[in-house]
Design a protein around this ligand. Sequence first.
Ligand SMILES: [Zn+2]
Length: 339
Amino acid sequence: MTGTTGHGSQPQRLSHGILLAAVVALGGCATANYGRPGAFADRRGDEIVVCGRLVHTGAPVVLWFDPGGYDAYRAECRFIADQEKPTKPVSDSLIRYDTFRRNLPDALKTQIRERGWTLRELQEHVDQFVIHYDVCVTSRKCFQVLHDLRGLSVHFMLDLDGTIYQTLDLKERAWHAGEANDRSVGIEIANIGAYPDTETLNQWYRPDARGRLLVTFPPDFGPTGIRTPHFVARPARNDLVSGEIHGRRLYQYDFTDAQYESLIRLTATLCRVLPKIRPDCPRTPDGRVRWDVLTPEERAQFSGLLGHYHITTSKVDPGPAFDWERVLRGARQRLKAWW
Ligand SMILES: [Zn+2]
């Protein structure tokens, strides 16, 4: 507009100018707060989701809505075409988790039903991190067994190459550890497990030309789903580890260094975001790691990392090879470095 419209055009132009400035100001403000419409938000690939918020971990993470992720919210099976229900459903419904953690007061349940969880509420009610091994050797197989066959769920799976898969927001009550589900976050770590003899272990671990052990897959295993191309999975310690859990002698090969590194970063992150989870595990009075079940009273009072075997005598995971001190020392060092 050039002002050739005659009398009255000046105030009109002025108001136009003010309007334009206001629009630009608003537009600029909107751009600063929300980003350019249609632009894709940045992700670094190390984030977990806690009450809908992305939290960095420093470890590789694939979320359930990422390409290649494992989605525990989906009703239908992941690997069995056209099948909705798991083969051995633990409930009649098509879901494999609960929105509510059952340790909540009724008034809070009502509030959460109406407006969802806040991070502060989750921080108040989640104080345990339960460690499992999956007896599946890969996270892909683990999800197939949990989701499609058994109708269960777990927040995280940790693959041989250190990739963390998150399948549900931490606000959900995943089905992985019985009574502990109400107050815990759970992780399934890829490992064939612990046994009273070495027969199974000898099928899965073979020495290379230098005598260093590596995980070998049988020809009929199918795709491993491991993200790192040509990843060679070696136990962090080359020697067979043996130990007693619930008074039973068990043998197991260690987890991979990549798994420990990611677990340390995830543990430190959880201890920071959900600070009632202490970076420690159940110990004897003289400070050694406990390899037996906790009494219900001990479990009620405990906040921190737990093995599944601390919860029930029917389980021995994560087994005698799990290096509690390595994980806890590493997590504490990272927490200290962050402050
Ligand atoms: Zn378990």
